[in-house]
Write a protein that binds this ligand. Structure first.
Ligand code: 5GP
Ligand code: MG
Ligand code: MG
Length: 193
């Protein structure tokens, strides 16, 4: 698996240092609030969410949503649908949406409005990576919600730390870019970004 990586963008140490900083900020912002619900967007955010919540010093609820728009490809189709909804009731609760990467913004915009319509009292977004140069949709936080991000990501298709190519490489402990030959054999799945 390591041999498939052309370039490492963020090492395990860099990731863990940045997660400590993010958690410190969340500890300040949420300490006095009623326990928030951290909602991971499956599957990509699972690794980030697991590391992040264990650095928090206040109790949180944890839930997951699943959004369909990617399949085996690498480009968002522009109209994500929620294929698996939350188990918990978010009405009157503070929600932190936890994402692996915000790219066009379509997925997060859909989820923020979904949670708002379910009566969340605030919706924040905490994304591990952010690719602002590729944004196609704007979205606003709800209530006193804030936007948190781990790193600004250059316009590469990245894998590891939860993020996949064709459902593989999620278990790499760092973030990297695949060698071009690793995309071969999966028709129509060349990264577009
Ligand atoms: P958006 O709806 O913002 O365009 O897409 C968000 C989702 O696209 C992310 O949660 C992620 O699953 C996927 N995505 C966007 N860029 C990348 C990337 O560079 N690598 C991987 N593995 N997934 C990406
Ligand atoms: Mg995702
Ligand atoms: Mg994916």
């Amino acid at each position: 698996m390591e041999g498939d990586i052309e370039r490492v963008l963020w090492s395990e140490d860099q990731i863990s240092n940045r997660i400590c900083e993010l958690a410190a900020q969340l500890n300040v912002d949420f300490m006095a609030a009623t326990p928030p619900i951290f909602v991971g967007v499956a599957t990509g955010a699972a690794v980030f969410l697991a590391d992040l919540v264990r650095r928090l010093s206040f109790p949180v609820y944890i839930d997951f949503v699943r959004v369909g728009s990617y399949g085996f490809g690498t480009q968002s189709n522009g109209s994500p649908t929620i294929t698996s909804d939350l188990k918990l009731d978010v009405s009157g609760k503070h929600v932190v949406l936890v994402e692996d990467i915000v790219d066009t913004g379509n997925t997060i915009a859909r989820l923020v409005s979904h949670l708002e319509s379910k009566g969340a009292s605030s919706v924040s977004v905490c994304t591990f990576l952010d690719k602002p140069s590729r944004r196609k949709t704007t979205f606003d936080m709800v209530g006193k919600g804030k936007f948190y991000r781990g790193f600004e990501c250059p316009d590469y298709f990245v894998v590891g730390y939860g993020m996949d190519f064709a459902e593989l490489y999620r278990n790499l402990p760092y973030v990297g870019v695949l060698k071009p030959e690793c995309y071969r054999g999966i028709a129509g799945n060349q990264p577009q970004n």
